[in-house]
Design a protein around this ligand. Structure first.
Ligand code: FAD
Length: 804
């Protein structure tokens, strides 16, 4: 066995094999995969091999398509068959909500260039005669997908990688990982030590243990999963083509042909966690005992919906474990504080996602950039809040909902509350309906007295619609209070802070007493952050950003060569705050502070440290509603006092609570984009419009060359807000935007603008078509709606109120 390698991959399942192939393909020939047993001896061994392109995130869908298309390439290179059955897929809807959901999938697929269409139940039955269509009201057909042979596919990746020079050592167990001073690793195996430039954790069922080797607790857990294979079905005899792989949402069943019989699996409620504390070392190519008593009621639903299966005998039953992260998406990328250690684990759909994961991870390792936005697979979407107990509560919840559709207004209850602000109980008393962001509870909307705090999960307008409307109108006409504790907050201090920030951010760094909007770019000139920087003193800065991106941004900062005279600290749990917004906000805050808030004295984007009532605070004139407004930051021990004093002082001014839903509506009325939704690492400053905050006069900042090149060359697409006509449903994201029948763009977010009485959609369209008044169509749940570009914000286009 060799004693050094540029990269060592731990684990020879489908994911490790794909990472090996992709590293070799980009030219890293000195790569070595270590497998403690035979290849495919973890969860890959007993997988059903189903593959599809469905994912709620467009980029993950694209990577799934890449994965499926890749199989022909690796078959050719390796000479090894992947055992492909490219049958396509059917998704069956039994309720209006499910029908809405498959229509949304259909709208999204157009722009992604995936062949997808709604089909009649008769056509669905032709594609899969096992369906009893009386249980369903609609069906979606997709050309992509089918199934493959798990072992064949894994071996095809490995053989293709070996042809490119990569190596594999089977029956070689990694025992420990020790970091060296030069950021390389000593990989101790049962056959000796290997010095590795990089280590990749692709240990699947053992990913948690390989995380422990470097002192991290990855939020990953395995669940038991059953499927059955029937005896031959007379209904399939003589058919020339295999039936189309079928997903039955209401039955929580998936089904496909297996030789002349069928394979049927279920994601049951109350699933069973496997190996909750420690994955057994000796679990190799093994199955778990079947538990049909528990599962019978769920398979029986399948036998009703596909009656031929109920009449057939069972040839084989499989119960095998595989891993999940708390939200069901994979964990991919580098880990903050552990240089040159990468993860590609918690992959629950290895045959749909493995190729794409290998692609982005290999680019990331080579270029420090995954090459596209993969925020929803990034391991940094979880932080310290994702403790083992959190994972143990969330993973079974996610498993039980694998085939239950997640509605955009739905909040998952498991492991809640985890993080609570000091005014949590007070907000609840005021009627708050909470969501969770990075583990922290935050108010979505406030139920008036006497109203139930529950909301029907739906793609359409819910009971909360009129309530959110009242909140929006209150902010625009009087004054509102919104808790901002769930924002991301960072303190940057030290003599070198300004110079370091100047390098890391593309914007001008404000002088003391001022705040600046601050885009942050990667080397390729793409948006990795849309934050604001407040300068409290020459050597002291407060940065505010998206709460969900806290770990993502801390990792970004840590990789940006922080010098010894700069200190970067998360203020996630040490600063709390509220936003006061509306025409009467000045009057309210002035009642509690001696700082002169008069328009000329405390202008937009001014910052000061002052007392607000009894609370020592950082006061900024800023906000996200487009109204005159202030953000007040303090330490958590003062927040309740601040909140109570503001409420008392604001009672006669009409002070009203507003939540995240109202904020989403108010910000779109002003055409403000939001990081994660509208601004992500796929987009550039010119496309987003954030170029107006870039200081191109600075000699050096990350992404400068790319941003300058874009300024010269111009942009291909542009972020716009559109007014959608004649709709009683708002867009949610990734719907296709069409011009003369062709998909030319897609939606990134939407909301109803209550104060302008218009449905709004934000998204990207070709720059050449981005003219004020230009008309497009958006496919909203199967209905084509006219969408008109509005290049000026529909509310207060001159920002008179904001500056007032
Ligand atoms: C019943 C069942 C049905 C499924 N059906 C599907 C399906 O239809 N479609 C789909 O896409 N997915 C399906 N899956 C999920 C799929 O199996 C996983 O997504 C995939 O196998 C994950 O692969 P992996 O490489 O991450 O992990 P694994 O396959 O678990 O591989 C990890 C490897 O790492 C090795 N390893 C661990 N620790 C060490 C160490 N210290 N040193 C050296 N080697 C080590 C292990 O031996 C193992 O071979 C199914 C899973 C099950 C159980």
């Amino acid at each position: 066995m060799k004693d050094s390698a540029q990269a060592v991959i731990v684990g020879g399942g489908v994911v490790g094999a794909s990472v090996l192939y992709h590293l070799a393909k980009i030219g890293w020939r000195d790569v070595l995969l270590l497998e403690k047993s035979e290849l495919t001896s973890g969860s890959t061994w007993h997988a059903a091999g189903g593959m599809h392109t469905f994912n709620g995130e467009a980029n993950i869908s694209r990577l799934q398509k890449y994965t499926i298309d890749l199989y022909r390439e690796i078959e050719k290179l390796s000479g090894q068959s992947c055992g492909l059955h490219p049958n396509g897929g059917l998704m069956l809807a039994a309720t209006q909500g499910e029908l809405d959901s498959v229509r949304l999938i259909c709208s999204r697929a157009r722009y992604l260039g995936m062949e997808t269409e709604m089909v009649s139940l008769t056509e669905a039955h032709n594609l899969n005669p096992l369906i009893d269509t009386s249980h369903f009201i609609g069906a979606l057909w997709r050309a992509d997908g089918g199934h493959c042979d798990p072992a064949g596919t894994t071996h095809a990746y490995v053989k293709a990688a070996q042809q490119l020079g990569a190596q594999v050592e089977r029956f070689t167990r990694v025992l420990s990982l020790t970091p060296r001073r030069d950021r390389s690793w000593d990989v101790l195996t049962d056959k000796g030590v290997i010095r590795a430039g990089h280590v990749v954790n692709c240990a699947g069922l053992w990913a948690r243990e390989v995380g422990h080797m470097v002192g991290i607790e990855l939020p990953v857990l395995a669940m038991e999963h059953h499927y059955l294979i029937t005896e031959d079905l007379p209904e399939l005899a003589g058919r020339e083509r295999e039936i189309v792989n079928t997903t039955d949402y209401s039955g929580e069943i998936y089904l496909r042909q297996e030789r002349r019989g069928a394979l049927i699996g279920t994601y049951e409620p109350h699933g069973v966690v496997w190996a909750p504390r420690q994955t057994p070392d000796d679990f190799t190519m093994q199955l778990l005992p079947e538990d049909f008593e528990r599962l019978a009621p769920y398979f029986e639903v399948g036998f009703r919906h596909f009656p031929a299966l109920g009449r057939a005998g069972i040839r084989k039953a499989v119960n095998g474990p595989f891993t999940f992260a708390p939200d069901g998406n994979p964990l991919v990328g580098p880990v903050r504080g552990v240089p040159n250690y990468w993860v590609a684990c918690a992959v629950m759909a290895g045959f749909s996602q493995g190729g794409g994961i290998g692609l982005v991870l290999s680019r990331w390792m080579a270029d420090n950039d995954p090459g596209q936005d993969i925020l929803s697979m990034d391991v940094a979407r979880f932080g310290a809040f994702a403790t083992p107990k959190y994972t143990a509560l969330k993973v079974p919840e996610n498993y039980s909902r694998r085939f239950r559709l997640a509605y955009p207004n739905e909040e998952m209850p498991a492991a809640r509350p985890v993080r609570r602000s000091p005014i949590y109980e007070r907000l609840i008393a005021a009627g708050a309906v909470m969501g969770a962001n990075f583990g922290l509870e935050h108010a979505l909307w406030f139920a008036p007295e006497g109203m139930e705090r529950t909301e029907t999960p739906t793609y359409r307008r819910s009971e909360a619609f009129p309530v959110v409307r009242a909140e929006c109108l209150a902010v625009r006409s009087a004054v509102g209070i919104y808790e901002t504790t769930n924002y991301g907050k960072y303190e940057i201090t030290g003599r070198g802070a300004r110079a370091w920030l100047d390098r890391v951010f593309a914007s001008r760094i404000p002088r003391p007493g001022r705040l600046a909007l601050a885009p942050m770019l990667n080397a390729a000139g793409r948006i990795v952050g849309d934050l604001s920087i407040a300068c409290l003193a020459e050597d002291r800065f407060l940065i505010i950003g998206s709460g969900f991106a806290e770990e993502f941004h801390l990792r970004w900062f840590s990789l940006a060569d922080v010098p010894a005279d700069v200190f970067v600290r998360s203020a996630a749990s040490t600063l709390a705050g509220v936003s006061i917004a509306g025409p009467r906000s000045r009057e309210l805050v002035q009642r509690l502070t001696r700082t002169d808030l008069a328009a000329g004295a405390f202008r937009l984007f001014q910052v000061t440290e002052t007392a607000v009532g009894l609370t020592p605070a950082i006061l900024t004139r800023a906000g996200f509603t487009g109204e005159l407004g202030y953000e007040i930051w303090t330490t958590p021990d003062y927040l309740a006092t601040l909140y109570e004093e503001l409420r008392a002082a604001g009672a006669d001014l009409g002070l009203t609570h507003f939540g995240g839903r109202a904020l989403s509506s108010l910000r779109l009325e002003k055409a403000y984009g939001s990081f994660n939704k509208d601004f992500r690492p796929d987009y550039t400053p010119g496309e987003t419009g954030l170029d107006r905050y870039i200081d191109f006069g600075k000699p050096d900042f990350t992404g400068r060359a790319a941003a300058l090149a874009e300024r010269t060359a111009g942009v291909r697409r542009r972020f716009v807000v559109m007014e959608v006509a004649d709709t009683d449903v708002e867009v949610v994201g990734f719907e296709s935007i069409l011009k003369e029948g062709a998909a030319v763009g897609y939606v990134t977010s939407g909301a109803y603008g209550h104060c302008i009485d218009k449905s709004l959609a934000a998204g990207y369209i070709p720059a050449a078509l981005a003219k004020d008044g230009a008309r497009f169509e958006i496919d909203i749940l199967g209905e084509m709606r006219t969408a008109t570009v509005r290049l000026q914000p529909l509310y207060d286009p001159e920002s008179v109120r904001l500056r007032g």
